[in-house]
Every structure is written in structure tokens, then in C-alpha cells.
Design a protein around this ligand. Structure first.
Ligand SMILES: Cc1cc2nc3c(=O)[nH]c(=O)nc-3n(C[C@H](O)[C@H](O)[C@H](O)COP(=O)(O)O)c2cc1C
Length: 213
């Protein structure tokens, strides 16, 4: 059985282009693999803990090999429980809106919580940094309001810190089989939005087919 984790990073549930595109992918994926178990992590309804002083001290105690206090251990256990969602999944599907050239703060919050040594990566002087998520596939549905093609007002080379950041993070934690689905121009009028969503839906279904060939 395949476990698919859908990480939802848009607060809007009805009109979200990143959620809509990911759902097209997931629906088609499940047609190929009806046994797929889908787990959802909605970062807007999940009470994400603060990365507070206890968590920070736990992180640095771990790095220096110092035993954790009970409060630090408690904070650390919370981070591990959150990261366990990623460890359990075979396929990670992320729905990521573009906000101010980058990712929504809820996703950054999640990344700051779970990206810890011996939770999502390891480090030793000989082998360096190694991601701990192995053998997984990631599919990321990126939604953007504007046009990011070359020659547009907001070309990706200068205005896109969303896709490069998410890809760098996934690679850092060990996920190298990464596929992107892009839905752009969602704020350039109803017709343009509809055409973009429809093209992204097609892309999503084609990717689900390709991954199951
Ligand atoms: C706070 C905020 C900031 C945004 N910043 C940008 C931006 O920098 N560039 C852009 O093209 N679109 C921007 N948008 C538009 C969104 O990327 C667009 O509405 C996208 O469809 C959002 O994803 P969603 O439909 O999954 O919610 C922004 C939207 C919000 C709410």
C-alpha cells in the first residue's frame, strides 16, 4: 500500500489553485492505485508549535551532545511527531501558493520546525550532511498570481524564490525525485485563470499517469 501525504499550504479551500491542481493529481493517482492511503496535513488548521526557547535549547543541546532537560525533551518530541508525517509517506504532495515572491509563512514555520539534525538530516564530519528521507517521490503544485515566463513583468529568474526554495529543501532532506506542477496567472482575469487551471489539471493527470507507467 502507498501512503500519500498532502501538505496543504493555502488558507483558501474553495478557490485555491494549488489545492485544485494537487487534487487532480491525487485523484488520478488513486485511479491507478486504489489502495493509496491519503493523509492530509493542512498547515492552516494544524496548531503548529512555536519554535521557542525550549525547542531552540533542545536543538543546540543535541548538537553539542548535552542531555536534554524534560522540557527540552518534550519540545523535541513534538518536532519528531510532526516530522513523522513525512517519514511515514511514500509520496509527498505539496500545494504551495506564491506569496511575496516566496512561500507562505505557515510552510516556512513547518520547515523550521521539522528540519532538524537526526530528524530529517544527519551530519558527521566525514560524510557531511545527509538527508534522511530516502526513496520518496515529491510532487509540488506551485500556484502564482502573475506570469513568470521570460519577458513578462515578473520573470522567474528574478521573482521566483518559491520553487527553488522548496526544491532545495526537499533535496536537503533527502528527497531527490521531485516533480513540479505549475499554475500561473491566477489573478489576471477569470478567463486567463480558467485556462491556467485547466492546463495545470492536464499536467497533473499526465504526471500521475507517467509515475504509474
Ligand atoms: C499574501 C499574498 C502575496 C502574494 N504575492 C504574490 C507574488 O509575489 N507574486 C505573484 O505572482 N502572486 C502573488 N500572490 C497571488 C497568489 O500567488 C495567487 O493568488 C495564487 O493563486 C495563490 O495560491 P492558491 O490559489 O493556492 O491560494 C500573492 C497572494 C497573497 C495572498
Amino acid at each position: 500500500m502507498t501512503t500519500l501525504l498532502h501538505i496543504q499550504c493555502s488558507p483558501r479551500k474553495q478557490r485555491s489553485a494549488s489545492l485544485e491542481t494537487a487534487r487532480h493529481f491525487i485523484d488520478r493517482y488513486r485511479q491507478h492505485r486504489p489502495q493509496t492511503q491519503v493523509e492530509t496535513l493542512d498547515l492552516w488548521s494544524l496548531p503548529l508549535p512555536e519554535f521557542d526557547e525550549e525547542a531552540m535549547n533542545a536543538k543546540y543541546a543535541g548538537l553539542s551532545g548535552t542531555p536534554l532537560t524534560p522540557a527540552q525533551q518534550n519540545a523535541w518530541d513534538g518536532l519528531k511527531a510532526l516530522a513523522a508525517h513525512l517519514h511515514r509517506a511514500d509520496v509527498l504532495v505539496l500545494s504551495v501558493p506564491l506569496w511575496n515572491f516566496s512561500i507562505p509563512y505557515k510552510l516556512k514555520h513547518f520547515i523550521d520546525l521539522v528540519s532538524q539534525k537526526d530528524i530529517l538530516f544527519s551530519f558527521d564530519p566525514e560524510r557531511g550532511l545527509q538527508g534522511l528521507l530516502k526513496g520518496k517521490t515529491a510532487v509540488v503544485a506551485y500556484a502564482r498570481g502573475m506570469d513568470f515566463s521570460g519577458g513578462s513583468l515578473t520573470p522567474a529568474a528574478t521573482f521566483d524564490f518559491q520553487k527553488p526554495y522548496v526544491e532545495a529543501w526537499l533535496n536537503f532532506i533527502g528527497v531527490t525525485d521531485v516533480h513540479g506542477l505549475t499554475v500561473e496567472k491566477t489573478i489576471l482575469g477569470e478567463d486567463v485563470d480558467r485556462a491556467s487551471r485547466s492546463a495545470a489539471a492536464q499536467q497533473a493527470r499526465a504526471l500521475a499517469d507517467a509515475l504509474n507507467r
